[in-house]
Design a protein around this ligand. Sequence first.
Ligand code: FAD
Ligand code: NAG
Ligand code: NAG
Ligand code: NAG
Ligand code: NAG
Ligand code: NAG
Length: 737
Amino acid sequence: MKSFSYLALLSAIAPCALAGSGVDGVDVLIDIIQPQNSYPQTSDKLVPIAKPAKDEYEYVIIGSGPGGAPLAANLAIAGHSVLLIDAGGDYGHLRERESPALANPSSERNEVSWGFFTHHYENKELELKDRKLTWLTPDGKFYSGVNPPEGSEVLGNFYPRYGGLGGCAEHNALVALLPSKNDWDHIKNVTGDASWDNTAMRKYFKKVETVQYPLPEGTEDSHGHDGYLKMSINPAGIPAQDIKLMSVFAGAAKAFGVDNSEITAAINDAVALAQENSVDYETGLLPLNMTTGMTDAMAKMLVWDINNDDPDRDTKRAFARLPQHMDSTNYRRSTPRDYVYDIATAKTSNGTRKYKLDVALHTLATKVLFDTTGRKPKAVGVDYLFGESLYRADPRANHTEDGGEPGTVRATKEVIVAGGAFNSPQLLKLSGVGPREELESFDIPVVLDLPGVGENLQDRLETSVNAEFPTNFTRILACYYLAADGDPCWAQYVDPENKDAAKGTYASNGVVMGSFFTSSFSEDGEHDLWIGGFPALFNGFYPGYSSNAATVANKNWWSWLVLKAHTRNNAGTVKLATTNPRDTPIITFHNAYEGQTKEEADKDVGALREGMRMAVSFFENIPAIDGAASVFWPPKEVRDDEAALDDWIVEEAWGHHASCSNKIGADDDKMAVLDSKFRVRGIDRLRVVDASAFPKIPGVFPVLPIMMMAEKATEDILATRKPGGGSCKPRKHKQHN
Ligand SMILES: Cc1cc2nc3c(=O)[nH]c(=O)nc-3n(C[C@H](O)[C@H](O)[C@H](O)COP(=O)(O)OP(=O)(O)OC[C@H]3O[C@@H](n4cnc5c(N)ncnc54)[C@H](O)[C@@H]3O)c2cc1C
Ligand SMILES: *[C@@H]1O[C@H](CO)[C@@H](O)[C@H](O)[C@H]1NC(C)=O
Ligand SMILES: *[C@@H]1O[C@H](CO)[C@@H](O)[C@H](O)[C@H]1NC(C)=O
Ligand SMILES: *[C@@H]1O[C@H](CO)[C@@H](O)[C@H](O)[C@H]1NC(C)=O
Ligand SMILES: *[C@@H]1O[C@H](CO)[C@@H](O)[C@H](O)[C@H]1NC(C)=O
Ligand SMILES: *[C@@H]1O[C@H](CO)[C@@H](O)[C@H](O)[C@H]1NC(C)=O
């Protein structure tokens, strides 16, 4: 097995113990609070840390991710007084957060990291087979791998989340794609609510988006042009300055069945041009003015707009560039956090605040409060604790002492829970809304027995195929990923004189395109596989993954990531570990064969196997430029043996799109937590608007669907407040208890 590349890498850059001889896991030992740079934020346009400014608001929204943040801004714009609560601070101008290329390091910044430890399986024997499983060592460090120091305890699989203003849209990979038709139509079908129809949902996408990338002629109307979310694509010149990088795409195209003759010819022309001009393209970047042939050929090859409204969009095999939530004026991440900042700080012409949006940071919601004197329980407020790093997914949190200053805030119209797929069910349960038996076992007074809370948890299954090349990717050669001072790639990125591709490596998330296709196991012909790649080593999440993925020293890796959409498994659970709101819940995905019948699991695993084989062939078809890729993960004996590869998938596959743990469902579905208007069933004035609301995990990437949901929820909430709208009575007839 080619594991020595890990050894070389890790001994070079990470303090690690290489216990045992046969290293076949990731084998990383690090401090819980990782050392990191301390660059100041690049701007002081930040929301100040503060607890709730008032005792009462019309709407109190818990969680400022892509679900909660846009909803808060929208309701404030509609004239309401709104409190948006988040447990973290505002780090909207961290360098790692701004540059798309630094997304992974951003997910491990101590200030914003919420590192959960989840379980792929309840079966401990199977769990131990994961080569990146994380342990707590006796001296209080994280060890990930298969040779833990004596006396270590299993923690589980590291699952990065963002604890701060904006939620995971602040550290994700920026890929912003519509879900598939059937994802929306499924909600329409199960609830009978036609407003979820796929064609009707497009208006929310248009509302959110400001498209900045060139669209195929005549398709402008299917996109948005003045939403808060800037959508752009990587400047084509960025990859094109690296001949090897282009040859990787040419190989992928060929393997995928896309005509690569033009791009191959353009690569050859570029090599000839470089040689004529004595440009060393093997150890340096091609000048941008020598890339035009390749960028033209790439633009033709990747012309398909994957967010179009073509009837074949979800079924047509596509090799396409990837729209990202990124602002092309400076190639900075564009997110709901920026939207909230703008609305919370907007001023009228006379200098007073324009909107009634308060943002409470370092504020951990601990309980939703109910008035239970009426016919139905009614949400009336929220208890919170004010203080930094109170939640114990934060690496800096104190695990022995409970801190935090308690407080209460009232909501006169609604409470909206938007803490994400792990935290929303946890908070509902802590508040007495959830499965009776579980609540009673913790002596939590039951407000409503709602058995679906924390059930139906789903995730993508993802694996990667990693290779190394005999030579480096010149695109990343100069980059330190901020691991050292004076990073030339950062200087190039922030130089206002540099526009588009001239901004260099940090102006791109590195994932130039994606392959969308349908495995032979797809139920409905919609894409269930996606492959994208980047010049780094990525084989799943573990503490320290980001500093091992892209390093100062190693520049010759490529990883193809294989994502399996539309998983059939909905057996995941979020259960309370304790009644302390600072503690993380027990998250168990029950992946693959643990959560469904063998027949169904065979289909999920089989699809991923097809995807991995495709990724291997992407490597095998790279035109010979300067030495072939050598695939080392998974090792050859695993790749060449179907049963071994299937086992590998079961052992290794991870996810990072957790969803569906408070599902929207039908009136007669006992496990439905929400109705089609995001209302918690059986409770008044309480909704959930985040990734947990989906009944089925959407598309290949969830963030844009969640933002669309936030727009839909805005409309639903505003409609119920108008006389005759929705199911609520006009205000003046409202009963008082
Ligand atoms: C490394 C990584 C890469 C990803 N890449 C992509 C990608 O490229 N494209 C894509 O579409 N998706 C991607 N995702 C997934 C996507 O970003 C998430 O699915 C999405 O952000 C979930 O949104 P949410 O609103 O449900 O919750 P979150 O984004 O998790 O936000 C929840 C917020 O609530 C706060 N909160 C929680 N509980 C409480 C409480 N009790 N009190 C106060 N505040 C609380 C948290 O601090 C957080 O800010 C990625 C995720 C990760 C981790
Ligand atoms: C929704 O229901 C219609 C009508 O029964 C059916 O044709 C369609 O396939 C269903 N779609 C989904 C995604 O369930
Ligand atoms: C590219 O630009 C440089 C100067 O920036 C110039 O010297 C060179 O001739 C140009 N090459 C081509 C092929 O246009
Ligand atoms: C400032 O403008 C707001 C709204 O435009 C108005 O309500 C408020 O009375 C004004 N205040 C002063 C001091 O003029
Ligand atoms: C937790 O807090 C207590 C009391 O302030 C302190 O003594 C202890 O050192 C803290 N532990 C950690 C790990 O910070
Ligand atoms: C690749 O880059 C590394 C780090 O800069 C360097 O040490 C190594 O010699 C380079 N390899 C080749 C083949 O150029």
